[in-house]
Design a protein around this ligand. Structure first.
Ligand SMILES: N[C@@H](CCC(=O)N[C@@H](CS)C(=O)NCC(=O)O)C(=O)O
Length: 262
């Protein structure tokens, strides 16, 4: 029986990207650019509470960007939404059959480095930047602890890249796409790239990819700088279970305007 072919939104864009220009958001904009999938960008102003809007929470119950909605899923069914950047990268790779090898060994390589980024490099770099740039007063122990841990992780990555062009081997994969956006802010995390020559060589080769550059540019004018205002601080750093519930009940900001056509 013929299956209805869903082409996406009115303009034929199959993926909605719910996004703010941060390292976790860039992973998905970079992947979508690399894959050449038609997508629309829906800014979620996390400094103004848009992550608590009911529409966004329905896709991303953890009130964090990024999230996607696939308007034309391959099974022909209703839209599929996915949150967590690692899960989104895996979804897109599976959806397209690209950016991840098909053999069991190659996939295992990609997955372990993807999860290494999700559980280690991302959260530790986030804490390092938080205590180095955003904490209301300097906390030497926290700065030292997270800057050292990020340094250790850069060392792990450097050794890995000493023996292969890309993180998972010979090919550029979603593991590279997960990691590289977190290297963009290496100075903010207290790291010097020239201390890690293999990592630096790899990062320069990725930075030179047009799709990477385009992905990082998506919504760049929206970025929250180091001079974060009080409202953004409260939204981002004051969250508790009760506070998030209250914001969700209040139905915070509307996050549905499109800023870029894919
Ligand atoms: N593990 C999550 C982390 C996502 C995350 O931390 N997103 C931040 C921006 S980089 C965010 O949405 N913050 C909003 C908030 O803290 O409410 C992922 O990789 O998707």
């Amino acid at each position: 029986m013929a299956r209805a072919v869903l082409l996406g939104d009115a303009d034929g864009r199959m993926i909605e990207l719910h996004y703010w220009p941060t390292p976790n958001g860039w992973k998905v904009s970079v992947a979508l650019e690399e894959l050449g999938l038609p997508y629309s960008v829906h800014p979620v102003n996390i400094g103004r509470g848009a992550q608590f809007s009911p529409g966004f929470l329905a896709m991303s119950p953890n009130n964090r960007i990024p999230a996607i909605r696939d308007l034309a899923p391959p099974d022909g069914g209703p839209p599929i939404s996915v949150f967590e950047s690692g899960a989104i990268l895996e979804y897109l790779a599976e959806r397209t059959g690209r950016l991840c090898p098909s053999d069991v060994r190659g996939r295992a390589e990609v997955r372990q480095w993807l999860h290494w980024q999700m559980s280690g490099l991302g959260p530790m770099s986030g804490q390092a930047v938080h205590f180095r740039r955003y904490a209301p007063e300097p906390v030497a122990y926290a700065i030292d602890r997270y800057t050292r841990e990020v340094n250790r992780l850069y060392g792990v990555l450097d050794r890995r890249l000493a023996e292969r062009p890309f993180v998972a081997g010979e090919e550029y994969t979603i593991a590279d796409i997960a990691i590289a956006p977190w290297i963009v802010g290496h100075a903010r995390a207290g790291q010097t790239l020239s201390d890690f020559p293999h990592l630096e060589r790899w990062y320069r080769s990725i930075e030179a990819r047009p799709a990477f550059a385009r992905g990082i540019e998506v919504g760049k004018d929206l970025r929250i700088g180091p001079a974060m205002d009080d409202e953004a601080r409260r939204m981002l750093f004051g969250q508790t279970a009760a506070g998030v519930q209250a914001a969700a009940n209040a139905g915070a900001a509307d996050a549905a305007s499109t800023i870029k056509d894919g």
